[in-house]
Design a protein around this ligand. Structure first.
Ligand SMILES: *[C@@H]1O[C@H](CO)[C@@H](O)[C@H](O)[C@H]1NC(C)=O
Ligand SMILES: *[C@@H]1O[C@H](CO)[C@@H](O)[C@H](O)[C@H]1NC(C)=O
Length: 272
């Protein structure tokens, strides 16, 4: 019984731990991300705080050394700065301009001779979300049955670049192999726009309207989807013939008024 209490007491007194690890789930490649590690030493003395990206050390705080903070640039990543308080250390990193997921770990070590370690890890994914919906270029307002049109869907800049799917009346549109997704040149941070064209062959039996929709998908977990739809009206033959016959009736009516008027004038003339 006494031994158990002693062990429990030891466990409490040696409890140095990481109380909070703040690593953003997503990092924008255009700005630095701030990561912080909060810890509690209790009766223990702090020897060092280290930050790792995957297996590589990027930051070390050693209060007994000069300078106490050292930063390590590694491939892919620029460590911009770091700062420590009594109970926390933060590090600022510039994410690489590629869509990557990396593990960031904070490690707290007590003074010797024990050098006990507490460690926590969280993942950060480099992503730049699109700000705008995709746009469809080249869609006419009106088409004739049997006509062929070419539409172009362009997405906003993002990292990774968006995938594009086309739908006609909510059915996935059939695309030909040459109608694959194309990418723009990269912007700062590695962001790219993408575009994909679709040839729409309006069926000769089509009537009413075609709902052409472009879907832009950011391939992250969970995927981010934005879309745009355009409605293209199809000339219908019945509407067209009705329009023509209405015109015809109006013409006849106008002509008859003219005829009556002429007849009246002649009558008047004769009566004189
Ligand atoms: C890391 O790289 C950046 C840019 O090349 C440089 O300004 C900075 O001084 C480097 N830091 C270290 C600790 O080497
Ligand atoms: C589609 O639109 C993009 C820009 O919005 C343009 O760069 C590209 O050339 C267009 N593609 C075609 C085949 O018109």
């Amino acid at each position: 019984m006494k031994i158990l209490t002693l062990i429990a007491l030891c466990a409490i007194t040696t409890a140095h731990k990481i109380t909070e690890l703040k690593v953003p789930l997503y990092a924008d490649p255009r700005r630095a991300a701030e990561l912080s590690c909060h810890f509690q030493m209790d009766d223990q003395k702090l020897h060092s705080v280290k930050w790792y990206r995957d297996m590589n050390e990027i930051f070390r705080y050693n209060p007994s050394q000069k300078p106490p903070i050292r930063l390590y640039n590694i491939t892919d990543i620029m460590v911009q700065g770091g700062d420590c308080q009594v109970d926390s250390c933060m590090v600022r990193v510039m994410p690489p301009p590629v869509a990557t997921r990396a593990a960031y770990s904070c490690e707290i070590s007590t003074e010797g001779p024990k050098f006990q370690i507490a460690r926590q890890t969280k993942h950060m994914t480099v992503v730049a979300m699109p700000d705008k919906d995709p746009i469809i270029i080249g869609a006419p307002k009106l088409v004739k049955p049997g006509e062929q049109i070419l539409v172009n869907c362009t997405t906003d800049y993002s990292l990774p670049a968006s995938d594009i799917n086309w739908y006609i009346d909510n059915e996935p549109a059939k695309t030909e192999p040459w109608q694959h997704r194309e990418l723009s040149a990269p912007q700062p941070g590695g962001l790219r726009a993408s575009w994909r064209i679709l040839r729409v062959a309006v069926p000769s039996t089509a009537s009413g309207a075609l709902r052409v929709r472009c879907e832009a998908i950011l391939p992250v977990e969970p995927p981010v989807v934005r879309d745009t739809m355009t409605i293209i009206t199809v000339y219908s033959r019945t509407q067209l013939s009705k329009y023509v016959s209405n015109r015809g009736i109006q013409m006849d009516y106008k002509y008859s008024i003219v005829l009556i008027w002429t007849f009246k004038v002649i009558l008047k003339f004769l009566s004189l």
